[in-house]
Design a protein around this ligand. Structure first.
Ligand SMILES: [Zn+2]
Length: 165
């Protein structure tokens, strides 16, 4: 257990940190070390040789309805946080439902499918996640409360800032 915690801390420090804040490898919400999930991108059950591979291990949020927990042991082709920059393929979109994640328009069929699978398998448009983004919009764009760098990942913050203009 202690080793697992150390490993999480190491990965968060090296790979998943913005200013002083750790973020989930999939949904980008800020997370605290104690409430996280050690995520094997390629599931341990099917890829024994990847179990200890550094590029296969991430830290995700501990939300049971999204991200690492929701993905479980699904063996599938989705965007890989160690190889793909999610922001190259996915973007935010504001609608009546809230702020959702969608695939970018300029992608070919193959990547369009990968993006759709990524959103579905990680459940990136789960109700609370959509509401979380929308609440930040209401707070910082509509009510004009200054942006809080301790609260929002820069990709989402940039999107919200564009809505301000
Ligand atoms: Zn997450």
């Amino acid at each position: 257990m202690k080793i697992k915690q150390k490993l999480k801390e190491y990965i968060l420090e090296k790979e998943q940190k913005f200013i002083k804040h750790y973020f989930c490898c999939y949904c980008n919400r800020f997370i605290s070390l104690i409430n996280t999930h050690l995520e094997h991108f390629l599931p341990r059950d099917f890829f024994k040789n990847q179990q200890f591979s550094y590029s296969n291990i991430f830290v995700s949020c501990n939300d049971k309805k999204t991200c690492g927990h929701f993905k479980e042991n699904k063996e599938t082709s989705i965007l890989n946080p160690s190889k793909d920059i999610f922001a190259d393929y996915l973007e935010y979109k504001i609608s009546d439902n809230g702020i959702e994640i969608v695939s970018k328009n300029n992608l070919g069929l193959k990547y369009k499918k990968i993006c759709e699978d990524t959103i579905k398998i990680l459940n990136l448009n789960e109700r609370r996640l959509v509401n979380y983004r929308m609440n930040l919009y209401i707070q910082h764009v509509r009510k004009k409360v200054p942006f809080d760098y301790a609260e929002i990942h820069p990709i989402l913050m940039n999107f919200l800032k564009k809505l301000q203009e």
